[in-house]
Design a protein around this ligand. Structure first.
Ligand code: S3P
Length: 434
């Protein structure tokens, strides 16, 4: 894929049935949880993307044998207490989920594990995971007091209650994985509930996990191997839902994950006046179904506040796009976490949407957006962040004239076929920049 792509709107609404790539959060967990089960785990329809390659490297570093097929991953885990001390530094690339969940695995190893990542990941906060693991007895040394590269010496872990200052499924998961190897139950308390995929998969693997709102407790114990099929990623389907909403089109996305902790965007789309239809086709281990979104004649403004944030945290750049075209003033607040994602997403969207002509003001913890803007093609930057590249591409499809998106190759992190899929919706032409 070219570093810069040109998105030229066709003036036609986004339409069609789009099968989106498999869920990234679930594929990461399938691989990394399988390391803790002794025996063969089978993960059908995994996501194949750069972030997942990072989790496979981490699993192998701890002694798992991972066989990668086109539609199936087979992971032969060493099992709890038998992970190998990695022979080399684990490079998690751009993947926050890999480095933080694998830090939880490292806490179970009687030896030293060393982690690094790309320039973006080395700027992201790691004290939030190293401190809680430290409370269970793992020792950590990190650059600059809390950044990768860092080293963890794991081993004898004790149970206890760990309170997290920010809601984070990555940190919660790391603590739960370490807790399986502790000498007593481990409880994690979050300020708001975050996505619960780890709890659901651990229960399926035979772990004793109890969740009660913002408190989750795991008992130490062994895991059975895991067998499951990964549904489509709602965070990828979200681009097409919003594309339909802002172009007055209709898209259908079959077989997507519908975990309520992941699909908060659907409520915001309804608030904006879009018609949302959900048909649930499976309930366990995760709800899965078909979502169809139809754009209204006139978009209304929206308001997103702190408690709603965890269920749509990765979709907030798209909420900004939706808001830019809503008739009135929209607000997003309580989303300071966006500043420490793959890029500072508050600044990245304020800059990119601003260049396209949106009236967007950056706030410390979100944005104020006055719509509707008449968007015009411009030159915008992904800042190396997959979700920024894709959200700006959706905005560009509703603009007048072509937009050049720099850093377009970032989509490989979660949605390698994104540019083809955008063209498939019919709402824009996509070409590499000459
Ligand atoms: C993820 C959790 C979220 C999310 C990230 C994936 C996960 O991060 O933003 O893209 O798979 O657990 P936090 O745990 O930092 O909130």
């Amino acid at each position: 894929m070219a570093d810069t792509v040109v998105v030229t709107p066709t003036g036609r609404p986004a339409a069609g049935t789009l099968r989106v790539p498999s869920d990234k959060s679930l594929t990461h967990r399938g691989i990394l949880l399988a390391v803790l089960a002794e025996g063969q785990s089978v993960i059908d329809r995994p996501l194949h993307a750069a972030d997942i390659a990072a989790s496979i490297r981490a699993a192998r570093a701890f002694g798992a044998v991972v066989d990668v097929g086109p539609d199936r991953l087979v992971v032969e885990g060493p099992g709890i207490g038998q992970l190998r001390e990695p022979a080399d530094v684990i490079d998690a690339g751009n993947s926050g989920t890999t480095i933080r969940l694998a830090a939880g695995l490292a806490a179970t190893v009687r030896g030293v594990s060393v982690f690094t990542g790309d320039a973006s990941l080395r700027r992201r906060p790691m004290a939030r995971v190293l401190e809680p693991l430290g409370r269970l007895g793992a020792r950590a040394l990190a650059r600059g007091g809390g950044f990768a590269p860092f080293a963890i010496r794991g081993g004898a872990l004790s149970g206890g209650v760990v309170e997290l200052p920010v809601a984070s499924a990555q940190v919660k998961s790391a603590v739960l994985l370490a807790g399986l190897a502790a000498n007593g139950p481990v409880t994690v308390v979050e300020p708001l509930p975050s996505r619960d995929h780890t709890e659901r998969l651990l229960a399926r693997m035979g772990a004793q996990v109890r969740a009660d709102g913002t408190r989750v407790t795991v008992e130490p114990g062994f895991l059975r191997p895991l067998t499951f099929t990964v549904p489509g990623d709602p965070s990828s389907a979200a681009f097409w839902w919003v594309a339909a909403a802002i172009t007055g089109g209709q898209v259908v996305t079959p077989e997507v994950l519908l975990n309520p902790a992941r699909v908060g965007l659907l409520d915001v789309l309804e608030e904006a006046g879009a018609r949302v239809r959900v048909a649930v086709e499976q309930e366990a281990p995760e709800p899965v179904g078909t979502v169809s979104v139809t754009g209204p004649d006139r978009l209304r403004p929206v308001a997103v506040e702190g408690p709603a944030v965890p269920a749509l945290v990765d979709e907030l750049p798209l909420v900004a796009v939706l808001a830019a075209l809503g008739h009135g003033t929209s607000t997003v607040r309580g989303a300071r976490e966006l500043r420490v994602k793959e890029s500072d997403r508050i600044a990245a969207m304020a800059e990119g949407l601003g260049r396209l002509g949106a009236r967007i003001t950056e706030e410390p913890d979100g944005w104020t957006i006055v719509g509707p803007a008449r968007l015009r093609g411009a030159v915008v930057e992904s800042r190396g962040d997959h979700r920024i590249a894709m959200a700006l591409a959706v905005a560009a499809a509703a603009a007048e004239g072509p937009t050049r998106i720099r850093g377009a190759e970032a989509v490989a992190v979660s949605y390698p076929s994104f540019w083809d899929a955008l063209a498939e919706t019919g709402t824009a032409l996509v070409a590499p920049a000459r």
